[in-house]
Design a protein around this ligand. Structure first.
Ligand SMILES: Cc1cc2nc3c(=O)[nH]c(=O)nc-3n(C[C@H](O)[C@H](O)[C@H](O)COP(=O)(O)OP(=O)(O)OC[C@H]3O[C@@H](n4cnc5c(N)ncnc54)[C@H](O)[C@@H]3O)c2cc1C
Ligand code: FES
Length: 258
């Protein structure tokens, strides 16, 4: 579905992160994403950080399109296509012990899941500024929460994977659900496989159609937009391109780790 919607709110989360809120009467699941467009920008994929009637996208300003989006105000209009992809698989009523792991801007798409079912959460970022905005929500909705920063300005001094290893010395989880930079997901996947903990991860590739038609987002034989973006550990095991290569805008394979 594609609709032109009015922005209800455009909130500054920190110096380079914004959250755009809009009312949209469609059903959406935690982990799904939308294609967002406004005049003067290319259409880009953004995960939903709110999935009820009032929905939101939370994004980091890193280039021309996110800069353009960040200039919008409440009352402006945006085009939203979707929601697309397979979200997180979960059962609100099961008794599974779940740990959510969010890295950087990857924290925001986990918020709807944190609100939907009981879970612990790791909030990881480079600096305190990346993590702090999410702590009040974690306090409200998560069972337990931990923070880590690469520069040691808040919480555990180190990366998300090292913090997860520390936490798992004391805690036992049935499943881990993660969203964040591919390098974080790659090492987390390796560790969780080693300790035999099931997991789901939200992956990213360059997207054009967002709905399984164009093939721009292929990772091995999977279309990340339609078969994912959330994949479980068994699927990721069969995706050798994960964590080792990416595709250029022209579709060419760029290998960065053998
Ligand atoms: C399924 C999915 C969900 C995403 N959710 C979020 C989110 O919730 N918050 C957020 O901040 N970012 C998210 N992203 C990344 C976001 O789409 C890019 O940050 C954005 O497109 C950058 O555009 P730009 O013009 O500002 O920067 P550019 O300078 O054009 O691009 C910077 C980098 O962003 C990535 N990118 C650019 N265009 C695309 C595209 N069409 N598809 C995928 N990646 C692209 C590339 O890695 C590129 O190197 C998501 C990406 C995917 C695939
Ligand atoms: S973006 Fe077109 S198939 Fe995935």
């Amino acid at each position: 579905m594609s609709e032109i919607l009015m922005i209800k709110d455009c909130k500054k989360i920190n110096s380079n992160t914004r959250r755009i809120t809009f009312e949209w009467d469609v059903e959406a699941k935690p982990g799904q994403f939308v294609m967002v467009w406004a005049p003067g920008m290319e259409e880009i994929p953004l995960s939903l950080s709110g999935v009820k009637h009032e929905k939101s996208v939370t994004f980091k300003i890193i280039g021309p399109d996110t800069e353009k989006l960040a200039q919008l105000n409440s009352g402006d209009r945006i085009q939203i296509r979707g929601p697309y992809g397979r979200g997180y698989t979960y059962d609100q009523n099961d008794k599974k012990n779940i740990l959510l792991v969010g890295g950087g801007i990857g924290i925001a798409p986990l918020i709807p899941l944190m609100k939907a079912r009981s879970a612990d959460i790791v909030l990881a970022g480079r600096t305190a500024e990346e993590v702090e905005p999410y702590i009040p929500t974690a306090k409200n909705f998560a069972m337990k929460h931990w923070e880590s920063t690469d520069d040691g300005s808040l919480g555990f001094h180190g990366n998300a994977v090292d913090l997860v290893k520390e936490i798992m010395k004391d805690e036992r989880y049935d499943e881990v659900v993660a969203c964040g930079p591919e390098i974080m997901l790659y090492f987390l996947h390796q560790y969780l496989n080693k300790v035999h903990v099931e997991h789901q991860m939200s992956l990213e590739r360059h997207m054009k159609c967002g709905c399984g038609v164009c093939g721009a987002c292929m990772m091995d034989d999977k279309r990340v937009c339609k078969d994912g973006p959330v994949f479980n550990n068994y699927e990721i095991d069969l995706m050798p391109e994960f964590g080792t290569s990416k595709r250029g805008i022209d579709g060419s394979l760029i290998v960065f780790r053998k």
